[in-house]
Design a protein around this ligand. Structure first.
Ligand SMILES: Cc1cc2nc3c(=O)[nH]c(=O)nc-3n(C[C@H](O)[C@H](O)[C@H](O)COP(=O)(O)OP(=O)(O)OC[C@H]3O[C@@H](n4cnc5c(N)ncnc54)[C@H](O)[C@@H]3O)c2cc1C
Length: 365
């Protein structure tokens, strides 16, 4: 593995919200991502034949808390963004504490990247130590179909654990990677989520019947019924109304059990539902919403949608006074590889932004 180039700055892998937060706080970093665009699980679709919609995260909470050395600190995500001169139009949704960007969730990530332009279409394949302090990273460039190898003294990985383990197992055996593999295994638990987007050009539901109030000061545009098949429904046409006159659009995130059992054959390569699911979806829309056949159905699936057993907990205060967090810090220090993301902070945007902000401001990153 011969590097073509050696960076003197940290190299971040992953241009999702974790990578964007790191880049916002330290614009000198270099960011690589395998996708064609940034965002990861904070993804929006816009333009072409449909309207805008979010098919990953749909909103974020403003506040989060961290407890460290016995002291609790509360952070506002909007204040953090302001303090870093990140400006984007944001609207309230659902409650006084929840927000979404008026131009789509992906706009949050791109605004946070600011002047940092992630290097897209680069999939990290292997990581190998060159000497005690240097890591070689080998990428597959899907645009040129070639290998690119670089080196750095500091690597920050923000991918879901299964994707990290795949890279580590493909790489030459190394005691430092082995330490990380042993540590990460205990947090390697993710739920799958399949989603469908429905678009009608000339039909709207009866909002009152759905107990939704699009005209309220803080619009209620979502319904959540935990554990059910059609678990989470987000009316994207209410979030992005400028593109709708007589029609509507709905994004459904299906429940964990349903997602697990229908994951494999959920869609074809063009993201169309397979015929079996097309019939099921149209029939269910009729039963659940009394809706006509939509003009468009688009399916997607998230294999590693949300970490289930994050080191710092799924909800509530991030508690940094734990043995597990000490071990995490030590591994980062000893290996020159920092690994973070929703498996560390919990699968919530505010926990990731606030968590990375806290670590960075306390020299823990
Ligand atoms: C359907 C769904 C709904 C959600 N709803 C909400 C919500 O409403 N509110 C909320 O707060 N949170 C929500 N979440 C959770 C939230 O989206 C995630 O916790 C968060 O986006 C994770 O960000 P990340 O940057 O850590 O990881 P990711 O977004 O997964 O970013 C990792 C990046 O790494 C890249 N990558 C992967 N492998 C490689 C490789 N080998 N080489 C290079 N790059 C690679 C990927 O392309 C990706 O861009 C939701 C998640 C899902 C899936």
């Amino acid at each position: 593995m011969e590097p073509n180039f050696c960076y003197q700055v940290p190299v971040v892998i992953g241009a999702g919200i974790s990578g964007a937060t790191i880049a916002m706080l330290d614009p000198s970093v270099v960011v690589y991502d395998k996708g064609r665009s940034s965002g990861g699980r904070v993804s929006s679709k816009s333009g072409n034949d449909t309207s805008s919609y979010d098919f990953g995260a749909t909103m974020f909470r403003d506040f989060m808390e961290v407890s460290w050395l016995g002291q609790e600190t509360k952070y506002s995500i909007l204040e953090i963004l302001k303090s870093q001169s990140v400006s984007l139009p944001i609207k309230p949704i659902y409650s006084e504490a929840h927000f979404y960007p008026a131009l789509g969730m992906a706009n949050l990530v791109s605004a946070m990247f600011g002047s940092v332009k992630p290097i897209q279409s680069h999939t990290l394949k292997k990581i190998e130590s060159l000497d005690e302090k240097t890591w070689n990273l080998e990428f597959h460039n899907s645009a040129t179909k070639q290998k690119d190898t670089i080196c750095t003294h500091s690597v920050i990985l923000t991918l879901p654990i299964p994707q990290i383990l795949e890279i580590f197992h493909r790489s030459k055996e190394n005691p430092q990677l082995k330490q990380w593999i042993d540590f990460l295994n205990q947090y390697n638990d993710y739920r799958k989520t399949i989603v469908s987007y429905f678009y009608w050009d000339k039909w709207k539901p009866n909002w009152k019947k759905l107990s939704l109030n699009p005209d309220a000061k803080i619009p209620i545009t979502t319904t959540l019924q935990p554990g059910t098949d059609w678990e989470y429904q987000s009316w994207e046409s209410l979030k992005y109304p400028q593109e709708f006159h007589s029609g509507s659009a709905l994004l459904v995130q299906f429940g964990a059990l349903f997602s697990e059992s229908h994951f494999e054959d959920w869609m074809d390569e063009k993201k169309n539902p397979t015929p079996k699911y097309k019939d099921y979806l149209i029939q269910s829309l009729k039963e659940i919403l009394n809706a006509p056949k939509p003009n468009l159905i688009w399916n997607h699936r998230w294999k590693y949608a949300q970490a289930q057993m994050p080191l710092l907990g799924r909800e509530g205060t991030l508690n940094l006074d734990s043995e597990a967090f000490e071990k995490w810090k030590q591994l980062c220090r000893d290996t020159g590889i920092t690994i973070l993301g929703d498996w560390l902070f919990g699968a919530k945007i505010e926990r990731i932004i606030g968590g990375v902000y806290f670590l960075s401001h306390n020299d823990l990153l």
